[in-house]
Design a protein around this ligand. Structure first.
Ligand SMILES: Nc1nc2c(ncn2[C@@H]2O[C@H](COP(=O)(O)OP(=O)(O)OP(=O)(O)O)[C@@H](O)[C@H]2O)c(=O)[nH]1
Ligand SMILES: [Mg+2]
Length: 195
């Protein structure tokens, strides 16, 4: 049976580890260490190498979920982690001082991967911070010259994270029609919705 690898990235605290935990079949393997720097006020632990979780579809196919560290000082891990990946989920924490430039930073750093694979953008902490609006993020994407799905999502909610994966698979299939992920068009869509 095949394995499909997807990667979650985004700023520290955006919810990468939380998103993987929400949908993994077992508690993910994490490399969170106690925060010692400016993150200390925000959260206790931060990912320093990677997160890894997985779930299995009814067909037996495995979905592998990798999370990158958010902090730029661990960016040497980013390239390693996207190797062999099918697509990227960029989480943007809308409560940060400048979420639009956060998005630009991740689009820049993962440019090559996004071009050859695919990505979706998820805006988190939306319920308390609905500004900037989705339109503003769309503008960032068009300035950057890419067309990617973008939606608000709460990484604590399994259905939101599955929706992101579903959209990502649609992007990947569109970009790489010859890859034939799934035997028929709706196989993954149906499988994800039934989880
Ligand atoms: N209220 C709310 N809380 C959220 C949302 N998204 C994430 N969180 C919370 O924010 C925290 C995010 O923590 P992590 O999942 O560890 O963040 P991370 O992206 O893995 O961060 P690093 O490993 O430091 O890069 C958790 O406590 C989540 O419950 C959201 O949309 N709304
Ligand atoms: Mg983390």
């Amino acid at each position: 049976m095949g394995e499909l690898k997807f990667i979650f990235t985004g700023t520290p605290g955006a919810g990468k580890t939380t998103a993987i935990t929400s949908i993994s079949d077992y508690p993910p393997i994490c490399t969170d260490m106690l925060t010692t720097d400016e993150l200390q006020d925000i959260k206790e632990g931060t990912t320093v190498a990677m997160d890894f979780g997985e779930f299995t579809l009814e067909s037996g196919e495995k979905i592998l979920l990798y999370g990158t560290p958010g902090q730029e000082r661990f960016r040497h891990m980013w390239e390693i982690l996207v190797t062999g990946g099918l697509g990227l989920i960029i989480l943007v924490d809308n409560s940060r001082p400048n979420p639009l430039s956060d998005l630009t930073m991740y689009l820049t750093n993962f440019k090559d991967f996004i071009e050859r694979a695919g990505a979706v953008v998820a805006i988190t902490r939306w319920e308390t911070h609905p500004d900037p609006s989705i339109d503003k993020f769309q503008d960032v994407l068009s300035d950057f010259g890419v067309v990617l799905p973008i939606m608000e999502a709460d990484p604590r909610k399994k259905e939101d994270v599955l929706m992101l994966l579903d959209m990502l698979m649609a992007v990947v299939e569109m970009n790489q029609p010859n890859m034939n992920i799934g035997d028929d068009d709706n196989e993954y869509h149906d499988a994800l919705l039934s989880l």
